[in-house]
Design a protein around this ligand. Structure first.
Ligand code: ATP
Ligand code: MG
Length: 321
């Protein structure tokens, strides 16, 4: 069914599909009331209820007014009750696109900024009792110029997020599950084993994202196997050998990465991470790089042609059908 032009909740008109994930599709749409673009996540009514879970998390985050999480304007049935829709504030490009636009060449200052902001995001996310469980460049975006938040890093996509604390604040106990979730490249080693995750594992995934941005490639990235279970197993062994057995493969990376990695591997299953320690590691590195120069833009993509073209596109104008 072609959904272009269809109205959600008599207000949000679907313009073009911008993403397709494992659980549904994402559309750019036009809010006819507020005259601004929005993003609409659609999930077929017959699918599993991932969107409902995601909406519950957005509600909790919104109540706390944390920075770096999109506002949710609507959640409910639509299109003759065939879909559920979640309407979100429209964000800028994902880190995956920005990385490509910079020809996989981000400055270390930029990576430090990403690390610092994402540590805040995870701290907030964990504070409402949830784990993200799918940290990757595609699930990290920036804001927009017209929203005046182009220097804010956003964390999106809570489709695989789960609670690690009950409503009355009790931490789950260690255990195992058959279900492996997330993305093999960035998953924490304990996810490969099917162990229940805790806060330290989201931080481990963040470590892989940062190393990927710095090195442009992770050592296990080329592993291919038609059988996903086999692939997860091969990558698990590579991660174990390289990351845990004193064979740190990122020799010429600044020591900040190793310090970060060592810190998160010192954390226990129940331990609340000290997010300030992690930010401190990257702040110190940033200070070494920049000195007291405050004129350097926070992100190196801000002057790239491709980014400027994206920013000046017709995002703000009503679509013509
Ligand atoms: N609020 C938003 N504004 C702009 N673009 C968005 C927004 N939300 C999602 N997107 C785009 O759509 C893509 C898919 O969104 P999201 O990751 O939330 O969906 P998903 O179906 O869970 O995807 P996957 O299963 O691939 O992780 C994102 O990578 C991003 O490029
Ligand atoms: Mg996603």
């Amino acid at each position: 069914m072609n959904l272009q032009g269809k109205l959600i909740n008599d207000r949000f008109q679907l313009v073009e599909q911008i993403g397709k994930g494992s659980f549904g599709v994402v559309w750019k749409a036009w809010d006819q009331r507020k005259k601004q673009p929005v993003a609409v996540k659609l999930e077929s009514k017959s699918a599993k209820k991932h969107l409902e879970n995601e909406f519950q998390i957005y509600k909790k985050l919104q109540a706390k007014e944390f920075d770096g999480f999109t506002k949710c304007f609507y959640y409910g049935p639509c299109l003759n009750n065939t879909y559920n829709a979640m309407v979100l504030q429209y964000l800028g490009p994902s880190l995956s696109s920005l990385f490509g636009w910079c020809k996989k060449n981000l400055t270390l200052e930029t990576i430090c900024n990403i690390a610092i902001q994402l540590t805040y995001r995870l701290e907030c996310f964990h504070s409402i009792g949830y784990l993200h469980q799918d940290l990757k460049p595609e699930n990290i975006t920036i804001g927009t110029k017209y929203g005046n938040d182009q220097d804010t890093i956003y964390l999106i996509d809570f489709g695989t997020s789960v609670r690690f604390k009950s409503a009355n604040n009790v931490h789950i106990n260690p255990g195992n599950s058959d279900r492996i979730m997330g993305t093999c490249r960035y998953a924490a080693i304990r996810m490969h084993f099917g162990h229940y995750q805790s806060r330290r594992d989201d931080l481990e995934s963040l470590c892989y994202v940062l190393l990927y941005l710095f090195y442009r490639k992770l050592p296990w990235q080329d592993v291919k196997d038609k059988n996903p279970r086999k692939k997860w197993k091969i990558v698990r062994e590579m991660k174990r050998n390289k990351m845990l057995k004193n064979k740190w493969p990122f020799e010429d990376a600044p020591t900040a990465f190793l310090d970060y990695h060592r810190y998160i591997h010192s954390l226990g299953f129940y331990t609340k991470p000290n997010y300030r320690i992690i930010r401190g590691i990257f702040r110190r590195l940033q200070k070494q790089l920049l000195g007291n120069d405050k004129n350097i833009p926070p992100f190196c993509w801000s002057k790239k042609k491709r980014y400027l073209k994206h920013e000046s596109s017709k995002n703000q104008r009503a679509p013509k059908f």
